[in-house]
Design a protein around this ligand. Structure first.
Ligand SMILES: [Zn+2]
Length: 488
């Protein structure tokens, strides 16, 4: 988690407003008129409004040079696209999940996870071109008009208050709407558009299908906090063949002699990027949630699941019977834990039952019991507001009122376990980072990986990010992405 409150609910409202202004617009790619919910200016507004939410959810990769590089390549592609005049934005978000996504209005995001799987600039152009294609062909816009917003609308109907998130599924709804799963037809169309845009910019269009080989045999971890490419971009088996054929055909039909691939510029830029989860932003150690950057720890009930994002951390009972969500309250929420608690008690749909000020492990705090009314039954809330390290943390333990007593002890124990982190070993953990290496004659990935602890980063992972067979002899000068293990 990071130092901002989630803005997901705001995104939902924006989407909801969009639903009310349905109109018919001309598709920039096909030229046909189609029913779409958003006019171009509404699309742009949606992108602008969602951008802060995306940032609060993921954060940006802290590397200005790399961001500028990605923006330059993306902007060149956008210029040759069907909608060159949109206010295009490109950003690398700080997530190890392998994905890329586009928000209407021209906001394109790729994760550092997907970037680390790329081998050259043309592959990056292929992925950016594909996402640009989703925007130019207005896929999200038509997708949203095809039912997603109905779901969002249902979700919105049951938000109990602006302060507490809906118990259960809503927490991720905002991001899920931004990361729509596209239909196969839309995927194909985005591939074809991306191939055209990249070739028009001089990139070798055959590199797109090469990159898609990354997804062969890739499995997504079901517990990751956001969906990966495989779940948002259906990859049928013939996709690699189709994009490869189109790439070859484009080259045959073009008078151009040389195409850009450019690993030499691209690969060194990945050096020192964080690889995998960044433990500085929170990790689980012995049934405790540890946050080295914010210097706190909290106990997790045995067997509960943990979902950590930039804006919150959620502990969930395995059957979903109860959750604890820890966030930071925004500076305008109140100056003291008591102020924040009072503001919560006044919020609509929330009933204050009891509470009072006390200290939690030495930190000024307010503990309160609340009832939240919802259409699907009342929710009991045990909340703690804790002043620590210059922030006020909000830990909310929620369970349906009917079964609240079953969980109240666990919830209370979790809230009261918030405390300073003093263990130097845990405070000083460092993330793993990409290390760039140029192969010498006789090297293989297996020989190079010898010094890397396989329990931390497996040979298969290295083979996957490099798309190299572990025993393949490397020719001198081949770029290899290795991993420098961080302190644990
Ligand atoms: Zn796609």
């Amino acid at each position: 988690m990071r130092k901002q409150l989630s803005m997901r609910i705001q995104v939902l409202w924006i989407l909801m407003l969009c639903v009310m202004f349905c109109s018919c617009v001309r598709n920039p790619v096909t030229g046909k008129r189609q029913l779409a919910l958003l006019s171009e200016s509404q699309e742009i507004a949606m992108g602008q409004e969602s951008h802060p939410a995306v940032l609060s959810e993921f954060g940006l990769v802290d590397n200005a040079e790399l961001q500028k590089y990605c923006t330059r390549i993306g902007s060149d592609l956008a210029k040759v696209s069907h909608r060159p005049d949109l206010p295009w934005h490109f950003a690398i978000v700080d997530s190890p999940v392998v994905n890329a996504f586009a928000v209407p209005g021209g906001y394109i995001y790729i994760t550092r996870g997907i970037l680390e799987h790329m081998n050259n600039e043309a592959e990056l152009a292929g992925v950016l071109g594909h996402e640009i294609g989703h925007v130019t062909a207005r896929h999200s816009v038509t997708q949203i008009s095809q039912g997603q917003l109905i779901q969002v609308g249902l979700g919105l109907g049951s938000i109990f208050s602006s302060r507490f998130r809906q118990f259960g599924g809503l927490a991720q709804m905002g991001m899920e709407v931004l990361m729509l799963k596209f239909s196969r037809d839309h995927e194909n169309e985005a591939d074809q558009l991306g191939l055209k845009y990249m070739a028009d910019c001089g990139y070798d269009p055959e590199q797109m299908s090469r990159f898609f080989q990354v997804f062969i045999g890739m499995r997504e971890e079901s517990e990751q906090s956001i969906p990966g490419w495989l779940s948002t971009h259906p990859t049928p088996p013939d996709r690699i063949r189709r994009t490869s054929e189109t790439g070859i055909r484009i080259k045959q039909q073009s008078a151009r002699q040389n195409y850009i691939i450019d690993a030499d510029t691209f690969i060194p830029k990945l050096g020192n990027l964080v690889y995998g989860e960044n433990p500085r932003e929170g990790f689980v150690d012995n049934n405790r949630f540890i946050h080295p950057d914010l210097r706190f720890q909290m106990d997790i009930p045995a067997g509960w699941k943990v979902e950590n994002t930039k804006s919150s951390v959620v502990f969930a009972e395995p059957q979903g019977g109860a959750i604890v969500e820890l966030t930071m309250t925004p500076p305008d929420a109140g100056k003291s834990p008591g102020d924040v608690a009072q503001a919560i008690a006044r919020s609509e749909g929330t009933q204050f039952l009891s509470g009072g000020s006390e200290r939690i492990n030495g930190n000024p705090a307010y503990l309160g019991l609340y009832r939240i009314q919802s259409d699907s039954g009342n929710i009991g809330v045990n909340a703690a507001f804790i002043s620590y390290g210059g922030h006020i943390y909000q830990a909310a333990g929620l369970a349906p009122e009917a079964s609240f007593s079953r969980y109240s002890r666990s919830l209370n124990n979790v809230l009261r376990s918030f405390r300073e982190l003093t263990d130097q070993r845990l405070l000083s953990v460092q993330p793993d980072r990409v290390k760039i290496y140029r192969a010498r004659k006789g090297d293989s990935l297996r020989s190079l990986a010898k010094s890397i602890d396989q329990n931390r980063v497996s040979l298969q992972n290295l083979a996957q990010i490099n798309r190299l067979d572990p025993d393949q002899p490397l020719s001198a000068g081949t770029w290899v992405k290795l991993v420098q293990l961080g302190k644990r």
